[in-house]
Design a protein around this ligand. Sequence first.
Ligand code: FES
Length: 146
Amino acid sequence: MAAGTRLAALDDVPPESTLLVTLRNAAGEEVEFVLVRVGGGDVAAWRNVCPHWTDVRFDAGDGATVRNDELVCKKHGATFDCDSGYCDFGPPEGATLDAADVAVADGAVHLVDDDYDVVRVGESERATGADADRGRSTNPGERLGF
Ligand code: FES
């Protein structure tokens, strides 16, 4: 049995999409991650933010696209390896997504990362606020130029 906190049932992580979860960092902020399946029945957790435009979320609450073991950014089509988080195509090519450490045991995904606590399965409070419909933050200055 894995140490850590149970996040979700493994069966809730879809094979060709993502399961959105919200964690809390040491500063008390809610941070969204997407759970994706990787080889060997394992799961990875990647921050739900595209490194190209950081106000773009991969999963806006309805699941992100996963194709050929790659997480796809719907905005400009960048692809990220589900296992490593490395972007091998698109505007942020060469970037690697921020991870949270998770482990699969007893048919469930557990958070095993001391930097975060589990808040909920689903969107952050910020995302469910006034900006939720657009799936964007209120700070357009967060965009990075590539
Ligand atoms: S916002 Fe994701 S590739 Fe441009």
